[in-house]
Design a protein around this ligand. Structure first.
Ligand SMILES: [Mn+2]
Length: 301
């Protein structure tokens, strides 16, 4: 049995690509099961409901298991006992991280907008039928990760995959489909400051110190207005608890492409000269991977 597992703090791609990769392995005649490492967010719930698919089981210990990793290759995003598991395959669209293996493995890492895009081409290459349910999962993940094609991470391959998948998923009005997905994506109703920071959080290593960069996508920056102070406190607290050099939260308005940064920590002074009117605002910025993290990293080196 192969467990297919996305990253910690799972986003929609992490869940949908685990489900899709499982079907790919099954079509190859293997036994496989999708699992998840954390709670499912509001958007992913909406996608699973639309597709009529059950949530993968929550499993956070994989010692002694055979696994495929989807949507990450960083140890910090893997289950803590990953070193006792055997990694047989990886499908990802991020920079290569620090997982290592004992045996040769199958690796598909492409610089595209979404892991599900790579899986779509693998299904095509191996002439495996994509069902209606899978098409809904995959198209939703691609549109989520690329923020409806708006993200600079979006490539022609992603667009082509969406075009093909929309036929199988019987989506007649793609704009309306994207709109509903974005409403679910930016729903932060009832979430505490801590839950917001943990919604989509990544850790990076700079000069042997940990740096956290979290992101919350919003339909309007005002959605977070009443929580700015609490968010700052949460970041401060994390720096102390986990010895972080810097903790950053990106508040991204996906309708205006504007990202506002809240940041705390020992290295905060390195960003301070860009601080304007109490906020660090980055125009035309949606992507942590392609825009915010490279920018921050350059300021820290
Ligand atoms: Mn992804």
């Amino acid at each position: 049995m192969i467990l297919v597992i996305g990253h910690k703090n799972p986003d929609s791609d992490s869940i949908c690509s685990a489900l899709a990769a499982t079907e790919l392995l099954k079509a190859r005649g293997l036994k496989a099961k999708p699992i998840r490492q954390g709670e499912i967010n509001y958007e992913t719930k909406y996608i699973l409901k639309t597709a009529g698919v059950e949530e993968p089981e929550l499993i956070t210990s994989i010692a002694g298991k055979k696994v495929w990793l989807v949507d990450y290759t960083d140890l910090s995003q893997a289950p803590d006992d990953i070193n006792q598991a055997e990694i047989l395959g990886i499908v990802d669209h991020h920079r290569l991280g620090d997982v290592t293996t004992v045996n040769p493995l199958e690796v598909w890492i492409w610089p595209v907008g979404c892991t599900c895009t790579i899986l779509f081409y693998l299904f095509q290459m191996e002439e495996i039928k994509i069902t209606y349910q899978l098409a809904i999962l995959m198209i939703s993940a691609i549109l989520s990760d690329t923020v409806g094609f708006a993200s600079p991470t979006c490539t022609q391959k992603d667009r082509k995959a969406v075009q093909e998948l929309s036929k199988i998923a019987e989506i007649e009005d793609l704009d309306a489909f994207i709109k509903m997905l974005m409403i679910a994506k930016t729903n932060i109703k009832g979430l505490s400051a801590t839950q917001l920071v943990e919604k989509d959080l990544k850790m990076y290593l700079v000069h042997a110190r940990n740096v956290l960069v979290a992101q919350v996508e919003l339909a309007a920056l005002e959605q977070a207005d009443s929580m700015i102070q609490a968010l700052g406190f949460d970041l401060e607290h994390r720096c102390k608890e986990n010895d972080l050099a810097l903790a950053v939260l990106m508040l991204t308005d996906i309708t205006t492409n504007r990202t506002c940064l809240i940041y705390r920590g020992e290295w905060a002074f390195k960003l301070d000269k860009f601080w304007k009117k109490g906020m660090l605002v980055m125009e035309n910025t949606l992507s942590r991977k392609k825009q915010v993290w490279p920018w921050i990293q350059a300021k820290l080196l």
